[in-house]
Design a protein around this ligand. Structure first.
Ligand SMILES: [Zn+2]
Ligand SMILES: [Zn+2]
Length: 571
């Protein structure tokens, strides 16, 4: 059983317990355990065998016992029992924005709604607004939540798709059957959500590669098996397509199958004007069918008078023109990142200690990391008051004494209230190294109100950064209404950094918003918002999103040395 499946079961249990009005402590324990397992880089079975489940932070003996049963038998009697007292599909409904466990329960009890389809029907005929305590606005919110849900149905987040693709590539690479292998399609362009997983391999041993692919251990069925294309379905329900191509055509195929569609259409117009044609086998001269380029992508673009553009740029948003006139951006790289400026510890709602964060950040080669636990006003996240922050600073000072080339910074994630105010007064804020501010409530407010709240926070000379600026959760929560032009303008005017939150279900700001921010001269920080040290590895999802937003090293403040960053932090 893979980590994702186990995590899904734990999340379902957490949701069910919440619907059943169990204590917050109980249901959160399941969600926390799920979060840890979902982001674990190692296979849960392997950890269980080597170190035992309770060695994992966030998994207590009660949950460990239930997981042992699940891993041994494929079933968990506790989960089965719960499902008997509640329809399992209620946990799906809870995932729709605008519906908490309380509402799900009311819909179930009053209207007999058990599935998303039934909910959609009830919304369509206006049954929800007639329920006590609800109104037209509630119903509209749910309608919007349903749209978001339907829009993402069947799509994968990057942290779901990328590890699977990498595992398959590693598997196919192992015994020298393939010359070259890569992801293709939206996955290779690191689009924020992925429809399906495409892999492309160059080889002369097509049938052997096909055999190996179709016997991949996680396969539940083989949908197609040929010499150029195979498709398998995994136990998780995911489809993987593999294309095989001879090495001399690899570049052409990679270009062709990477897309995007808009990029390839624009490219073909240029190709046509030059009396050429382009397909997955190469670039050809029409009059005599002579092959001009095929082996590498670079050869193909070069033959068209363009410099090679990175896959993240291939969306027909000006990259072709830039490749022709030599003005492509020098995109930021993972090795440029010198620190992470948004990290929670177990002092608020995270799960790791200061030491664990520091160790793991040093392992990533960082020069600094900023600890930014929630502040007092965010009660649900166990926010810290003045006294607890002062205690944390003492610990940080102690730890810093022992480091050679690494510094833990003292930070905070403030909560922007309804008027744009924050948790602490200016004197206290002046004592932090880095001050972040975010919106965590009032998502339903008008565009003007939310925009004004954020701008008011940016006007505060102590606030250095606004985090997850649109508040979206991919597939679960639409962004709140916000005037992004105004936000970006205020960010560059007040010299407040905007965050690119790298958490794979946020990726907030999005690629286009990042590009607009860059053009307005705003600075961006790519942060993981880690709530466990495992999440520090999410940096790469932010990094590739930054590349899609055309960001260069100098646009991203956490590529700067600590010395340079400190200068920028003075507003
Ligand atoms: Zn936050
Ligand atoms: Zn946070």
């Amino acid at each position: 059983m893979d980590n994702k499946k186990v995590a899904d079961v734990l999340d379902d249990i957490g949701d069910m317990l919440e619907i059943m009005d169990q204590s917050r402590f109980r249901y959160l324990a399941y969600h926390r355990a799920s979060q840890v397992i979902r982001s674990m880089p190692r296979d849960l079975e392997e950890v269980r065998r080597d170190e035992g489940l309770t060695s994992i932070k966030g998994i207590g003996s009660g949950i460990a016992e239930k997981l042992n049963e699940l891993l041994d038998t494929g079933q968990m009697s506790y989960f089965e029992e719960l499902k008997k007292s509640l329809p399992g599909s209620l946990t799906e409904i809870v995932h729709i924005q605008g519906i908490g466990p309380k509402k799900a329960k009311i819909f179930y009890e009053k209207l007999g709604i058990e599935t998303i389809d039934q909910l959609e029907e009830a919304v369509a005929v206006g049954k929800i607004q007639e329920l006590p305590g609800m109104g037209v606005k509630t119903e509209e919110n749910i309608e919007r939540g349903l749209e978001v849900y339907r829009g993402y149905e069947g799509r994968l987040l990057l942290n779901q798709a990328i590890p699977i693709a990498e595992h398959i590539i590693d598997y196919l690479n192992r015994d020298g059957l393939v010359d070259n292998i890569s992801t293709a399609g939206s996955l290779r362009r690191w689009q924020e959500t992925i429809g399906d997983i495409d892999v492309l391999a160059s080889t002369r041993r097509h049938s052997e590669v096909a055999d190996k692919f179709c016997t991949y251990p996680e396969t539940s069925s083989v949908l197609a098996k040929g010499d150029t294309k195979c498709s398998i379905l995994l136990h998780s329900g995911l489809q993987i397509d593999l294309r095989m191509i001879d090495p001399e055509h690899y570049g052409a195929a990679l270009q062709y199958f990477t897309g995007s569609k808009a990029h390839n259409i624009h490219l073909r117009e240029i190709v046509k004007k030059k009396g050429l044609k382009l397909n997955e086998y190469g670039l050809f001269r029409i009059k005599d069918d002579m092959n001009i380029a095929a082996k590498t992508e670079e050869d193909i673009y070069k033959a068209l008078g363009m410099t090679l553009m990175e896959p993240e740029l291939r969306e027909d948003k000006g990259e072709i023109e830039a490749a022709i006139d030599g003005s492509l951006p020098h995109l930021v790289k993972l090795v440029d990142i010198k620190g992470d400026l948004h990290i929670h510890t177990k002092a608020s709602d995270g799960q790791s200690s200061l030491e664990e964060i520091a160790d793991n950040c040093q392992e990533l080669g960082y020069e600094y990391a900023c600890i930014t636990d929630h502040a007092f006003d965010l009660k649900v996240a166990h926010g810290l008051d003045v006294k607890r922050f002062e205690d944390q600073w003492k610990e940080i000072d102690e730890l810093n004494k022992a480091f050679d080339d690494f510094t833990l910074l003292k930070g905070v994630e403030l909560n922007i209230d309804n008027k744009g105010g924050v948790d602490f007064d200016d004197d206290f804020l002046g004592r932090y190294d880095v001050v972040l501010a975010s919106i965590h409530m009032g998502f339903g407010q008008s565009k003007d109100q939310i925009t004004d709240r954020i701008i008011a926070a940016m006007e505060n000379p102590h606030i250095d950064m606004v985090c997850h600026p649109t508040g979206r959760i991919l597939g679960r929560r639409p962004p709140y209404s916000i005037n992004m032009d105004k936000i970006i303008e205020a960010a560059s005017r007040t010299r407040t950094f905007l965050e690119l939150n790298a958490f794979p279900d946020r990726l907030d700001l999005s690629d286009d918003q990042l590009r607009a921010a860059k053009q307005a001269g705003s600075k961006i920080a790519i942060n993981t918002d880690a709530h466990h040290f495992y999440h520090l590895a999410y940096m790469r999802y932010g990094l590739h999103t930054a590349k899609r937003g055309w960001l260069e090293k100098e646009d991203v403040v956490n590529t700067f040395t600590l010395e340079k960053l400190k200068k920028l932090l003075v507003k």
